[in-house]
Design a protein around this ligand. Structure first.
Ligand code: UDP
Ligand code: MG
Length: 321
């Protein structure tokens, strides 16, 4: 490799972020130039269709530390993040959102903590989410509670994708066979020593969120199915419960016959049939979620395709095409 590996890489996935780009560059550069250490900023353009690409090449003229990786198509936040993480060269790698909701000024704190305590992972934890909508806060709280149950207590609540990873942690991620792991679960699961830095999550500096409800639901479903087979057992428990209820019903019917009464009522039959039908469909749906995961895993399609890298060096492309 021509030049020395930088002390720090900052990975910024971005999709149609032309409106925040100038602001982001200004604040990120100020924060990183203050570190007085060699660094690189890895901007991952996740197939943007606006002027993000042009904006990035403009910035590169004036900012030699900026490296631009362009993906051929939009693969989503996680895919873009992984593309950047696996190609970053820094001794430490920080991932941060482009919209300045995560303050770049915290990066130096993360780095200092990692070095002082010899940590491989430092999470940026949102101290306060009052800038998010009530709906986002509610769904986020439910998501983290569920994830801590599934993956374990080591999943920090309210930690998104603003975090620092050491080279060792990045290599551990690279070694995972999964093409597109849910990073905020897989990273704590790796089991490295970790710490937290608290910060206040700001509002999006400009532009609109790229996470509509449908994507949030997809992330939640993927998070659950990638870490737990427990929902599959729901079918077993429902089945057992059904058997118990049926047993009671049979007894009541026998008692009724014995005492010479006839058992009446089509509503009870209808309810039983509908209830069983619903339960069966539910279980089938759950099963389907897992079959879908197996399907994608077997296809083993790359999570992203690199269209260009302004500073490819000698990195062989690992996770992608
Ligand atoms: N992002 C991306 N590809 C996508 C969607 C989003 O790279 O398909 C980036 C986006 O540009 C931003 C980050 O992921 O830097 C987080 O997205 P956003 O701020 O829209 O999500 P929110 O903060 O609303 O959850
Ligand atoms: Mg955001």
């Amino acid at each position: 490799m021509a030049q020395q590996d930088p002390a720090l890489s900052v990975v910024v996935p971005m999709y149609n972020e032309e409106s925040v780009l100038p602001l982001l560059a200004e604040r990120l550069r100020a924060a990183l130039d203050g570190l007085t250490e060699p660094y690189e900023v890895v901007a991952v353009d996740d197939g943007s269709t606006d002027a993000t690409a042009a904006g990035l090449s403009g910035l590169r003229q004036r900012w030699p530390e900026l490296r631009v990786i362009r993906l051929r198509r939009n693969g989503g936040h996680q895919a873009a993040l992984i593309a950047g993480l696996l190609r970053a060269r820094g001794r430490y790698v920080v991932s941060i959102d482009a919209d300045l909701q995560d303050p770049p000024e915290i990066i130096s704190e993360m780095l200092a903590l990692a070095r002082a305590e010899n940590l491989d992972i430092v999470y940026g934890v949102r101290g306060d989410r009052s800038s998010d909508t009530a709906f986002k806060r509610l769904t986020a709280a439910a998501y983290y509670r569920l994830m801590r149950q599934l993956v374990g207590k080591q999943v920090p609540a309210q930690a998104g994708d603003f975090r620092l990873l050491s080279r060792a942690a990045i290599e551990a991620l690279r070694d995972l066979p999964e093409r597109s792991p849910v990073l905020r679960l897989v990273v704590p699961w790796l089991g490295f020593p970790s710490g937290e830095v608290r910060f206040l999550r700001a509002e999006r500096a400009a532009g609109r969120t790229k996470y509509p409800l449908s994507r949030m639901l997809a992330l939640a479903a993927e998070s659950v199915t990638s870490f737990s087979a427990a929902p599959l057992r729901v079918a077993t428990w429902l089945g057992l419960a059904g058997v118990a209820v049926c047993g009671l019903l049979v007894i009541s019917v026998i008692v009724a016959f014995a005492s010479g009464r006839t058992v009446t009522g089509w509503p009870s039959i209808l309810v039983a049939v509908l209830f069983l039908g619903a339960v069966q469909l539910l279980c089938l749906g759950l099963l389907g979620e897992y079959v879908a995961r197996i399907y994608t895993a077997v296809q083993a399609r790359p999570a992203y395709f690199i269209a260009s890298d302004s500073d490819p060096g000698d990195t062989a492309d690992p996770g992608g095409a």
